[in-house]
Design a protein around this ligand. Structure first.
Ligand code: BTN
Length: 317
């Protein structure tokens, strides 16, 4: 495939390719047939050879890895056409010792998991569904910071890729025009004083039509009013790069290195919001800060301040 991509729009002669790959013309033909089966459009013209017409927008590991300039995240990619949840598969791989940065990605999830026991609608070829194994040297109570760091990576990736004004709704939803376009679910294995691994699951609605999404959901295609589908492979590459950049900042210089950007992309700060804490209590007030622990700080109606480490935010006004 690399040979085809390097050749751009010109034909590659069968003879040259066979020679370069050290395989027979018949073996090359079989290879081309296999590529066509997974969705590559390759033109074959007698005497001229082969030309790559179109690459499928499938999350094929080979496509994601092509020109991917990350050092850790995405260096190992496990692609599935369809599975229950990439988080579940990544968790199993991590338990078997898969390395930091290994990524599980699927074209479709049949049991996509959301935060707070919700499900994540994951139709075939509509979005990006990926989970990354991380093994940071942090304490379990710092795991929520990883999700915030990932939200910064994800919002930057969406902005670079689509030019849409994506924002973070604390803790880690990505909104466009107040509608949810992406979400993050972290799962942890560890003991009270140690993190074994974290599964960082990210779902982005890329081309999914709004009618297939839950109320309040949207996709990049819907928001950009574009008639053409976005390339999910291109977005995944940008996402992996941005995630790595933010993760490295966090590992080297701590949460403080990411916090100011997190605040600058936050849509809750300065707004009146309601936070439902994990126990079910709901409090309302003006969101005034995301503090050095990653907590959302509300100024309540009585003027007192309350910090939340986790919870679900509703933007009131
Ligand atoms: C949320 O509720 O906002 C979090 C959604 C997280 C969805 C992603 S899709 C890839 C990964 N696998 C899952 O089952 N969930 C996460």
């Amino acid at each position: 495939m690399d040979l085809f991509k390097k050749s751009g729009s010109s034909f590659l002669s069968g003879e040259d390719v066979s020679r370069e790959l050290g395989i027979s013309r018949q073996a090359l033909w079989k290879h081309i047939e296999k590529l066509r089966e997974v969705g590559y459009m390759i033109e074959a013209v007698p005497h001229l050879g082969y030309k790559l017409i179109q690459v499928p927008d499938k999350m094929l590991a080979s496509e994601i890895k092509w020109n991917l300039k990350t050092k850790v995240i995405g260096t190992e990619i496990h692609f599935y056409e369809s599975l229950g949840s990439t988080n579940t598969v990544a968790y199993e791989l991590a338990e078997q010792g898969a390395r930091e940065g290994a990524v599980v990605i699927a074209d479709e999830q049949t049991k996509g998991k959301g935060r707070l026991g919700r499900s994540w609608i994951s139709p075939a070829e509509g979005g990006i569904y990926l989970s990354c194994i991380l093994r940071p040297d942090i304490l379990p109570n710092e795991v929520s910071k990883i999700a915030l760091v990932a939200a910064v990576g994800a919002v930057k990736a969406v902005r670079k890729f689509s030019s849409l004004d994506a924002l973070i709704k604390w803790p880690n939803d990505i909104l466009i025009s107040d509608r949810k376009a992406a979400g993050i679910l972290t799962e942890l294995k560890g003991e009270s004083d140690r993190v074994d691994f974290i599964i960082l699951g990210i779902g982005i609605n890329v081309n999914t039509p709004r009618k297939a999404l839950p109320a309040g959901g949207t996709s990049l295609k819907e928001e950009s009013k574009s008639s053409a589908d976005f390339s999910r492979v291109e977005l995944v590459k940008i996402l992996l790069k941005e995630l790595e950049a933010e993760y490295v900042k966090f590992k080297t210089n701590g949460f403080a290195a990411v916090r100011s950007e997190l605040k600058s992309y936050s849509c809750a700060l300065g707004r009146y919001v309601s936070v439902t804490a994990s126990g079910g209590t709901k409090l309302s007030g003006e969101a005034v800060d995301i503090n050095e622990n990653g907590e959302l700080v509300l100024k309540l109606d009585d003027g007192s301040r309350k910090a939340f480490l986790s919870g679900d935010v509703t933007l009131v006004r």
